[in-house]
Unconditional design. Structure first.
Length: 398
């Protein structure tokens, strides 16, 4: 009997990952290599690598994906203005970045199988597997959580203890956390009753808005062709800019969301989100588009942004429709350049100033332009009112 094929496993350190790696290596006999992606949590990746080895992995690979994550996934979503419901999509975007690197490494190092520890009832399994299938349909995918017997959290903890696998304090909590530079999401088992408020210490990234600084903070964000390039006149790389805004927004309690979400596989789930960077950049980018884009373009773009967000949430980043929409959104950014001044104060973000060389705003609102509009309105108003009159006369004959 030949040796079992190696598995390249996307490992993030959750209890499902630990059990999945152990099941693949000990029960199925696969040599497992754990891939750990740095999306902003670099301070704890070494300890997660040790956890993967103790769970049964033969070796680990740590990859810094922060730049790719921001430039190839977060920023394209920003210029589209897409959300899913009110959610800034930090978790699905991270899954696409991880899946891209998983496939690249598998090709480079000769793996025929890739794996993940996403739960069998959640959204991430779809995002991982649809992405791998789109990027390399010849790769096999293994999902231990769908192949192992179903276990609830107490049963998983009991299995961890019985197998003498490493335990972490996070395994004792009814909380699942996904955190990266673009946002932090939590599924909190203790908040199954939607009437109950989150405990004060639930949020991990942002300070309590009531405890934020008493003085407001003004910040100026500069954009070029839709992309943020500078904060308070200081030009930064995309990653440095995001890290800077993450610190600033967190200090002022920006970007919290307590959300009941419609899931891909049906049902509703309550999630807590923190997205200070996305909240700041979306607010500024939207204000700049209001200044620089014509009405019909803004209207169509906002409608298509809803579809773009749905595609991202439901696992279709690498589908042809999302890619086609991406070309459209990039084309809308030719004149979205300028500066926006925001005010941060105890959890709120307000626009305080707008400036662009490409603005369509008539700064003086002068008498000449007003007279021209009045003259043009005569025929326009007459055409609209005649149509309404015709419809009213028709209704008399019902």
């Amino acid at each position: 009997m030949g040796a079992m094929k190696r598995v390249l496993f996307a490992f993030s350190g959750g209890i499902d990952d630990v059990l999945g790696v152990h099941w693949l290596s000990k029960n199925q006999g696969h040599p497992v290599v754990a891939m750990l992606a740095d999306l902003g949590q670099s301070d704890r990746l070494d300890s997660l690598g040790e956890l993967a080895l103790e769970s049964g992995a033969q070796s680990t690979i740590i990859v810094d994906l922060r730049r790719e994550f921001i430039e190839q996934f977060a920023f394209p979503t920003l210029i589209s203005g897409a959300r899913y419901e009110d959610y800034f999509l930090s978790t699905p975007l991270a899954r696409y970045a991880i899946a891209t690197e998983l496939v690249r490494l598998a090709r480079e190092q000769g793996f025929e199988i890739v794996g993940h520890g996403a739960s069998g009832g959640g959204n991430d399994q779809l995002r991982f597997e649809a992405s791998v299938a789109a990027l390399d349909p010849n790769l096999d995918i293994v999902a231990p959580q769908r192949n192992m017997p179903y276990m609830d959290l107490p049963e998983k903890r009991e299995r961890i203890a019985r197998l003498s696998l490493p335990e972490r304090k996070e395994f004792d909590r009814l909380i699942s956390v996904d955190q990266n530079l673009w946002g932090c999401g939590q599924v909190h088992g203790g908040l199954s009753d939607p009437w109950e408020s989150p405990p004060d210490d639930t949020y991990l990234v942002t300070c309590n808005p009531l405890e934020a600084p008493d003085e407001p903070c003004d910040v100026v964000i500069e954009f070029e062709r839709g992309l943020p390039v500078a904060v308070d006149t200081v030009r930064m790389t995309p990653v440095d800019l995001v890290i800077h805004l993450l610190k600033l927004g967190s200090e002022h309690g920006i970007g919290r969301l307590d959300h009941v979400e419609n899931r891909v596989l049906g049902g509703k789930l309550r999630e807590l989100y923190e997205a200070p960077v996305a909240q700041l950049l979306y607010t500024a980018h939207g204000a700049l588009e209001e200044l620089t884009q014509p009405r019909d373009l803004l209207r169509l773009k906002r409608n298509l942004a809803d579809e773009y967000g749905r595609l991202i949430y439901e696992g279709h980043w690498f589908g042809e429709l999302r890619e086609a929409l991406d070309h459209f959104f990039r084309a809308t950014q030719n004149f979205v350049s300028g500066r926006i001044r925001l005010r941060l104060y105890k959890g709120s973000v307000t626009v305080r100033g707008r400036e662009s060389n490409f603005g369509l705003y008539e700064r003086d609102g002068g008498e000449g332009s007003d007279r021209a509009r009045r003259e043009a309105a005569v025929g326009f108003v007459d055409a609209i009112t005649r149509q309404r009159k015709a419809e009213a006369n028709r209704r008399r004959h019902r």
